[in-house]
Design a protein around this ligand. Sequence first.
Ligand SMILES: *Cc1c(COP(=O)(O)O)cnc(C)c1O
Length: 394
Amino acid sequence: MIYADNAATTRMSKTAIAAMLPFLDEIYGNPSSLYSAGQKAKEALEGARQTIARLIGALPNEILFTSGGSEGDNQAILSAAAIGKKQGKTHIISDTIEHHAVLHTLKKLEKEGFEVTYLPAHENGIVRPQELEDAIRDDTCLVTVMYANNEIGTIQPIRELGAICRSHGVLFHTDAVQAVGHIPVNVKDDNVDLLCASAHKFHGPKGVGFLYAKRGVRLQNLIEGGAQERGLRAGTENVGGIVAMAAALQEAVDGREENAKKLTALRDRLIEGLSEIEHSALNGDAEQRLPSNVSFCFEGIEGESLLLLLDDLGVSASSGSACTSGSLDPSHVLLAIGRIHDVAHGSLRLSLGEDATTADVDEIVRCTKQVVAHLRSFSPVWRDLCSGKGNFIL
Ligand SMILES: *Cc1c(COP(=O)(O)O)cnc(C)c1O
């Protein structure tokens, strides 16, 4: 099997598993307990906090452990909104290609009276700093723009966006779930106030992540209860998961440069191979994208069938489109970058892992060519396009 869906989740690394195991077995104390078994767990927890803080340029007490990216996005955005509301500021700026953890939280705030401006991501999938500058108002309390997109892999100019926010005194949050461990991230250099990440996107375990909040930015807790995490996130800590996350991040950062170089070459080979399929196009900027991400649209086919047939051939991929109970809506990201409905339906997202090989890439290209040709051979849409009843777009 070739697993090419690392943007959805990754396999835990051997290092992360080894780091986690003792905490599922002999070191099972509750970090809040005062006896030595508890204190051992507490030490490991605080060690993990220091490691993670160091790896992103933060201070240990600026790191809060969460259950993952969704929780981090919710807590960051709701906290910034609460700060804003106290000051009578209820305008938020985001963009059209955010993850649903951000978009749905913003929808909730809109219902509560906040106003949200969604910056366009343009055809290349990248937000323009000047458009952020122009959108900031006196009552803007938060800007939230993701570091890298989970569907089309585009990387936003975070440093520039952060500098603009800072010069206007507006809080800046970034969903860095696809970036942390994959591209350089440093909260100080990047001028961010709030940032969230998730362990299972960088070979750590599922159900654990962290939220960075710059000193002085007051977080609101989503979960009431005990005094864990300085009273900002109640509940007994996922010690093993947190320790494994720190180990996975250390490993990812140590290997980052080498992996990125290798992946970029494989990515570009994959893009080149898929470009040979007629009436197809790469989604998102060709340069400013994650080393692992390839996103394509193929005209005249339907992405879901493409995935199922690729799976039969041993390739795990994603369409990048949200398939919600019964209704097959095309991805909001592809629509936002200007793909029309029919074209957006024929999408394919491939996200390579660090262990991918040239042979894997060539096999993915071979399988995709075969499946696209097969699906087109009985697609009424394709027949119409070929007979001139419709116009090719790609
Ligand atoms: C995966 C992902 C999330 C959600 O993270 P979870 O840990 O699964 O909750 C949020 N944002 C982006 C960009 C993601 O890729």
